[in-house]
Write a protein that binds this ligand. Structure first.
Ligand SMILES: [Zn+2]
Length: 372
């Protein structure tokens, strides 16, 4: 299954920015500098790549709608990341192989030099600077010169989830294109169109937090669904476990979080709010801390479902319907409500750098007490 979108129209839940970009191409009114901004993981980087592709598509006139054909020589080169007129400026590894935390001024100088050279194949020379908020003051100031006086046919695409971190002068001279969290229904439809069954599609869409790439990746990572099952099994077992089992429960949550952290770095970047993570170089503790919100969300979904069962509402975890029905009785709504509060509280404490093991143990104790 190939998940990579090959045209702007393939982006999920981003109709508005896609229309803006296609119209710019269709009307021949492409700006020299764009700023793609919005939450982490919603498709800004993919959109930048696809816009660059459309800006150089050889059949753009034929399509007439401003989107790339996805098939011509230029499109294929762009899709492979080897188009000579499309350049990525991003965080690079240092001499020890660790990802740098800043875009170095040399990278921007090279961009400026390159921008003045002739085009090789395409109609536009496109530079994608991603994440643009990782330019330091010197890099940003150097880039400003190109933004202010761009050589002909040069298009800059700055990508960021941290709009406030950019120089005001760059902000004011770029055309801002906002990307939003995609609706869960749009994600669900896309998953269904990829042959994912209805239950899984609905579940992943709900758990994705509006990040299609994450949902699509989760389909390919059975381990993630497995971690979810383990966590829900744990929730289902909670009322049969003794109060003294809190350490073991905390440990099991931790194990699943470790599994999730190793599988899906995308989970991490969202949980970190994008800017606070170390790019690709999360420490094990931070990766774990970043994966935990997802695990806690899965657990919260269990208790929400218990409430739903008790009140005749619709449940999310339909594959656990039997276990959920078994656990319904007097006081379910209050118990489940309290459990959700504790889970959310734990989530807040972990974001606030609370000791991870202590926070999980406290949660486990409360859940065990609440279940009794
Ligand atoms: Zn093309």
């Amino acid at each position: 299954m190939n998940d990579a979108p090959s045209r702007l129209d393939d982006l999920i839940g981003q109709a508005r920015p896609v229309t803006v970009l296609k119209n710019a191409i269709r009307r021949g009114r492409v700006a020299h500098a764009y700023l793609f901004h919005g939450p982490e993981g919603v498709g800004k980087s993919t959109a930048a790549r696809l816009f660059a592709q459309a800006l150089n598509c050889e059949r753009i006139e034929e399509s007439g709608d401003g989107d790339a054909c996805g098939e011509c020589r230029s499109c294929l080169l762009a899709a492979r990341g080897s188009h000579p007129d499309v350049r990525m400026v991003t965080l690079e590894p240092d001499e020890k192989g660790r990802l740098r935390t800043e875009i170095a001024i040399e990278q921007v100088r090279q961009l400026i030099h390159d921008a003045h050279l002739k085009r090789v194949l395409g109609r536009n020379k496109v530079y994608i600077i991603d994440p643009a908020d990782r330019m330091n003051q010197a890099s940003a100031n150097a880039l400003l010169k190109v933004v202010e006086e761009p050589p002909g046919q040069v298009v800059l695409i700055l990508v960021t989830s941290q709009l406030a971190s950019l120089l005001p002068t760059i902000l004011s001279r770029s055309q801002k294109v906002a990307f939003q969290i995609a609706g869960t229904q749009a994600i669900e439809r896309r998953l269904r169109s990829r042959g994912v069954d209805e239950t899984t599609a609905r579940l992943l869409a709900a758990l994705s937090g509006g990040r299609p790439a994450w949902a699509l990746r989760a389909v390919r990572e059975p381990g993630l669904l497995e971690a979810r099952r383990h966590l829900l099994d744990l929730c289902a077992e909670m009322d049969r476990l003794p109060l003294g089992a809190s350490l073991r429960v905390a440990e099991r949550i931790r194990e699943e979080a470790e599994q999730v952290a190793s599988l899906v770095p995308a989970v991490s970047s969202q949980a970190q709010g994008g800017g606070e993570s170390e790019g690709g170089g999360l420490t094990p503790d931070r990766a774990l801390r970043a994966a935990l919100p997802w695990c806690l969300e899965v657990m919260a979904s269990w208790y929400r479902d218990r409430m739903a069962v008790a009140t005749g509402g619709e449940i999310l975890n339909r594959d656990f319907a039997e276990a959920l029905n078994r656990q319904t009785g007097a006081g379910t709504v209050e118990q489940a409500g309290a459990a959700i509060e504790w889970i959310l509280e734990t989530r807040r404490r972990l974001v606030g750098n609370a000791n991870l093991d202590l926070a999980l143990e406290a949660l486990a104790t409360r859940l065990l007490e609440g279940a009794g």
